[in-house]
Design a binder for this molecule. Structure first.
Ligand SMILES: Cc1ncc(COP(=O)(O)O)c(C=O)c1O
Length: 400
């Protein structure tokens, strides 16, 4: 049986492949410390788990659910948007719960893209924008984010690209706090993006899963005046509430956009388990102390990751948000892949090469904050031993 043409050029997801390689090293007894993936290792709030347990023990909670999600969850999402972002959303019409925001990226592409549609994706950026757009048949155009431009797009360059695009058929993915660069959003940049989307007749898709991690001022693109006319926003409980495996996200925007995406999505899945939706609603009702507690842990870990990157002579900006630290590799390495492989095979520490996020990330690496401090200490110990070994001073750890 042949695979469909739509899979041409679509590889297996990088991490799925790399995890197999790491598993193989572990089978050989290597005990790799994986600082690659941004999957929170801490549990959700105990009340969230309690809600799931209690609700799932009831006999009448097990049926198919509405395609639009439980009104309780939609109301909780609307209240969360109001409380933390000061954005008004109508829970009945302007919110669509998702089985994680990753699936939302695919649904959006399937809803809007035709063969000639242009899809602007950030480079570096989350690889799923590119693959979902390709799978849906759109024409992907990378737009380069540069450090000297604070990782914001060059809108003049985009104007030129969009000059000949058919009106009303182009999508642009944006994501701040940006993954992988950790760049925080700025109100004036969001305003410029909304104005640009209006001018160029582009649907702006803002992906916002990191706004609560190491960021004191969560911001929604929908908070910008007029944004609902040209933008939709994806959000997620994966990182903000330590619920990555639960698969709960949301799409927010104007009623018409929500209805359009629902036309596609309702043909794909049959809703979410009700106790899970009620537990997610509980999570969204948590106060700022929840986020403070989670961030206190990440802040301490980030100090360790800075030490680890110092040991590797990598350069980084200390003002990054999100679950990672993004850093430029020293000139002695050809690129982040070389550094990543060296550290993996010589010291059994995995850090992500920036090139998997696009060509503009080639000279960088990304280190995750989703490992406890003792693991980070051990990673630093291994890497420090490694660097000293290279400098010719073999230390007592050189056998590692
Ligand atoms: C930028 C970005 N968007 C979306 C996602 C997907 O998150 P979710 O768990 O909500 O599907 C991730 C996950 O790593 C991400 O980094």
């Amino acid at each position: 049986m042949k695979t469909a043409h739509r899979l041409d050029g679509i590889g297996e997801y990088y991490f799925s492949q790399k995890l197999r390689e790491i598993d193989e090293l572990n089978r050989q007894g290597k005990q790799v410390i994986n600082l690659g993936i941004g999957s929170p290792d801490m549990p959700p709030h105990p009340d969230v788990i309690k809600t799931l347990q209690e609700e799932s023990a009831k006999p009448n909670q097990h049926a198919y659910q509405s395609y639009k999600g439980s009104p309780v969850l939609r109301q909780a999402m609307a209240s969360w948007y109001k409380r933390y972002y000061n954005v008004d959303l109508n829970p009945d019409t302007e919110i669509l719960p998702l089985i994680g925001s990753k699936e939302g990226i695919m649904h959006i592409c399937m809803t809007y893209l035709n063969q000639n549609s242009l899809v602007l994706v950030p480079d570096p950026g989350y690889p799923t924008y590119r693959s979902a757009a390709k799978l849906a048949g759109g024409k992907v155009i990378d737009y380069t984010l540069k450090q000297e431009n604070n990782w914001f797009p060059d809108l003049d360059e985009l104007r030129t690209i969009l000059k000949d695009a058919s009106a009303g058929e182009s999508l642009m993915f944006v994501n701040y706090p940006q993954m992988p660069t950790g760049q925080l959003p700025e109100k004036k940049t969001f305003e410029a993006l909304v104005a640009f989307a209006k001018e160029c007749n582009v649907l702006l898709v803002h992906d916002n899963p990191y706004s609560f991690i190491l960021n004191d001022e969560p911001m929604s693109l929908l908070g910008i005046e007029g944004a609902k006319d040209v933008a939709i926003e994806l959000n997620s409980l994966s990182k903000s509430h330590n619920m990555a495996g639960w698969r709960v996200g949301m799409l927010c925007g104007a009623r018409q956009r929500i209805d359009e995406v629902l036309r596609f999505k309702s043909n794909m899945d049959s809703g979410m388990f009700l106790p899970l939706q009620l537990a997610a609603a509980k999570a969204l009702s948590l106060g700022p102390e929840w986020h403070e507690q989670v961030n206190a842990v990440y802040r301490k870990r980030r100090e360790k990751v800075f030490q680890l990157l110092d040991a590797l002579n990598c350069k980084y900006d200390q003002q990054q948000a999100g679950l990672f630290v993004w850093a430029a590799v020293p000139a002695k390495y050809k690129d982040g892949y070389e550094l990543s492989d060296e550290v993996l095979y010589q010291k059994q520490v995995f850090i992500t090469p920036g090139g998997i996020f696009g060509n503009a990330g080639t000279k960088y690496v990304r280190v995750s904050l989703c490992s406890p401090e003792d693991k980070l200490d051990e990673a630093i110990r291994r890497i420090t031993a490694h660097e000293k070994q290279h400098a010719g001073t073999v230390t007592q750890h050189s056998h590692l």
